[in-house]
Design a protein around this ligand. Sequence first.
Ligand code: GLN
Length: 481
Amino acid sequence: MTASELVARIAARELSALEATDECLARIASLDGELGAFLHVFADSAREQARAVDAGQRTGPLAGLPVAVKDNMCTRGQPTTCGSRILESFVPPYEATAVARLQAAGAVVLGKTNLDEFAMGSSTENSAYQVTRNPWDVSRVPGGSSGGSAAAVAAGMAPLALGSDTGGSIRQPAAFCGVTGLKPTYGRISRYGLVAFASSLDQIGPMACSARDCALALEVLAGPDPQDTTSSVEPVAAYTSLLESGVGGLKLGVPRSFLGDLAAPMARVFEEACQVLVGLGARLVTVELPNLGAALPAYYIVAPAEASSNLARYDGTRYGFRAPDAGDVLTMFKRSRSRGFGAEVKRRIMVGTYVLSAGYYDAYYLKAQKVRTVLSRDFEKAFQEVDLIVMPTTPSTAFKIGEKSSDPLEMYLSDIYTVALNLVGLPGLVVPSAPVEGLPTGLQLIGRAFDEGRLLAAGHAFQQATDFHLRRPERTSVSQG
Ligand code: GLN
């Protein structure tokens, strides 16, 4: 059942909030031993929150809706590990604004989902705790870094999950797991309480079964927050009311020259998806985004640079893990960090420190920032001609567990279609498109800044004409609710 249907049924008292929560907890109990989507399940507090809904003490637009939260968002009094050993024992004293808003809307927090350590990765294999498996094929990755959230939604363990997207971490796992995922405009949702990876790129967003569900969640999540000065005061649209606007008469831009290398089966499902939108009245045109090829290298300079600075705070002094056997403070820093962080995080810190160092700053960091400016201009120009841009989300379907884990560059290349949006701050919605060899793919719709309403309406129109978003992996398709 979708989040919207679930909320409606609970509101109509056809289903109690406790029944909905228990159903999710039962699915987690039966499926998650194999899938590994959750790091922490809060069965007791979830049931308590659900009972409060049933007793009429908790109300709101999401009353009784079970949700899963990526484990890089702070949950007060409950663990928040970021998939890292260094935060293994960290229990935040405060709630992330996104989580607080879900709670205030009546949602029930089921637990925290697995991720690549500090959200650095594209497969969820970089978690210090466990590997998450793709519900469509358990020998494959769910994508990353929000792989736990994507797998939880795909397997029906949670109808809605929060993810974060710094370079594709909502959109790529959504595509790999056949769910709908929205990376909103930078600043649309408060990042207060989201553990920082790369602060100029990070954004929280919903992952669910449909564009409608993402719209429902965004209405609750979006808006300014005095605790996050980068959150925007741009008015929050009534996203669910805009859903029926359709794509009739819209001009959709395809950056054809950038898609030349796309493998034939992926190109075919992308073209088919575009034709669905054409069938709904949209017009396809080719757009030039001449510098799109520079996005990936620029991202893998900017993101590590910011990460190396953000992660300096984990030194054993204030948070989480501290090496117990260090005599002096420097040794304590060194041992805490070298034991607390995993290999990919260390690689990013070293790359980041390198590109920011005095001799290389201009050649790498400054240049990458210039690429961002140039890319922003490219998108601005394109959006003078078109209403939306469409692209594939990933160059392939979900890859095998272990296939890319020994080759970081191969792993980074899986982000080729997603990182540009973070560099320029624009919103992107991924909706499931036709499968390739039984595995999900995702169509990526890109909009102007704060044009999530149009984006979600286009996704909704696509989902009215297709059923890819309704398909569920066979082995997990026990009916829900
Ligand atoms: N895969 C990208 C990276 O490893 C994006 C991660 C993200 O969006 N959090 O940096």
